[in-house]
Design a protein around this ligand. Structure first.
Ligand code: AMP
Length: 420
């Protein structure tokens, strides 16, 4: 007996009844991001494994535990991308974009892959909408990215998403903070979970975003990065805050938010939803500044800031809010016999060329079954073609939601449907 085929665990099919929301969100991103001068970039889903080891960081969960890594037929180690920033930076460096323009604004939309423990809002193939701005070290650039995301979420009418802001310091002040943090965490070593005991050696900042209860309690009392910021980082944060205020963008300072990737410097932020639809997967997006990454990946010394939003989670939120998106036909054309079908197909084709959405049942069948299908299609109007309609070159245009049918000449159909 053959085994039943099913999608790979953690990877979802998106069927047409859901796709309306996805297309709506993607269209909103394209429209709004383009208003700010961001252009789309598409990079491959597979990259050399070393790209992620060198950028996201070997000591992170993403690279250490969650990547889909395998050898291709030539024996190269490749990985399905677990995030979009490293590939974008790789493309930016590879195509020497910095030499062509001093300020580059990109966005991307696409699938990412992480072998994670699954739950509501957390999958192994998920989708991100991300933004990267290369070339500006100024706080204004951080603010542009955050304000653009707020604009995007507002356009989707997603309220209840809070912006959490933090500064992670830079190479001047982070080592000092790290030292104080390690001293504090070492004193509580025995109370940390086994994972955090390893993190303490390899990547102490990560202990602060462990979900384990006892680690969280210890994280609460940890030295705050704000208290160790150097003057330049302090000023950067103050300017980000001033400009956010200026634009009326509300945020909360969140000293415990450290993000799960290694490459951030200074500004880090997260968008967090307070909605049961997401269960405990409440982060809708996150980002920050990564001023060293372009150089570390072999490029010039170019500062950058970016954000990645979880498309699956945004669609879950919109679905839970009862939002429905999708296209419905303007007209359903039914027909009584083969001659009428010839005319139905000719007329439908002409109307589609005029920009209208028109459906018919190519299988023919009884009028009753065709009208059932018309109902199901959600069409706004139906038109039935028979001998009389063919002779008159006119028919009864029937509103599917109820109301009086009206007689319309075929030649007038396009104009009438457009106005209806
Ligand atoms: P990160 O850079 O890991 O913070 O990811 C940015 C955003 O992508 C998160 O805030 C989530 O909305 C989304 N995301 C990350 N991992 C997953 C996942 N496994 N499943 C669904 N969405 C995810």
């Amino acid at each position: 007996m053959s085994q039943k085929l099913a999608a790979v665990k953690g990877m979802n099919d998106l069927l047409p009844e859901e796709i309306g929301i996805w297309q709506h969100v993607e269209a909103a991103a394209r429209e709004i991001f383009s208003r700010y001068g961001y252009a789309e970039v598409r990079t491959p889903v597979l990259e050399d494994t070393s790209l992620f080891e060198r950028s996201v960081g070997e000591a992170t969960d993403i690279v250490g535990k969650e990547m889909y890594t395998f050898h291709d037929k030539a024996g190269r180690s490749v990985s399905l991308r677990p995030e979009g920033t490293a590939p974008a930076v790789r493309a930016y460096v590879e195509h020497a974009v910095a030499q062509k323009e001093p300020l580059t604004r990109w966005y991307y939309i696409g699938p990412m892959f992480r072998y994670e423990r699954m739950k509501t809002g957390r999958y192994r193939q998920f989708h991100q909408i991300g933004v990267e701005a290369f070339g500006a070290k100024e706080p204004a650039q951080d603010v542009e990215v955050m304000e653009m995301v707020v604009h995007f979420l507002n356009a989707l009418e997603l309220s209840g998403v809070a912006l959490h802001l933090n500064s992670l310091g830079d190479e001047a002040c982070r080592p000092e903070h790290q030292k104080r943090l390690v001293a504090y965490l070492s004193a509580h070593r025995e109370e940390l979970c086994p994972d955090c005991q390893t993190r303490l050696e390899r990547n102490p900042l990560r202990v602060l975003d462990c979900k384990n209860e006892s680690c969280r309690a210890i994280a609460q009392g940890a030295p705050k990065v704000q208290d160790s910021l150097c003057e330049a980082c302090r000023q950067h944060l103050a300017e980000v805050r001033r400009r956010l205020d200026l634009l009326g963008v509300r945020y909360e300072l969140d000293p415990s938010m450290v993000r799960g990737l290694d490459y951030y410097t200074r500004t880090a932020f997260e968008f967090v939803a307070d909605d049961p639809a997401l269960g405990t997967a409440s982060a809708v997006g996150g980002g920050g500044r990564y001023d060293r990454l372009v150089r570390e990946l072999g490029g010039p010394d170019v500062p950058a800031v970016g954000v990645a939003l979880g498309l699956d989670r945004i669609c879950l939120l919109l679905g839970a809010a009862g939002k429905r998106f999708g296209v419905r036909p303007d007209l359903f054309v039914a027909f009584v016999d083969v001659q009428a079908q010839d005319e139905a197909m000719r007329l439908s084709s002409a109307l589609r060329r005029a920009g209208l959405r028109v459906e018919l049942d190519t299988r023919g069948g009884s009028l009753k079954s065709q009208m059932k299908r018309a109902d199901k299609s959600g069409a706004r109007f139906a038109l039935v073609l028979g001998e009389k309609e063919l002779a008159d070159r006119a028919g009864e245009l029937r509103p599917m939601a109820g109301g009086e049918p009206r007689r319309v000449a075929f030649s007038e159909l396009s104009a009438v449907l457009r106005r209806a």
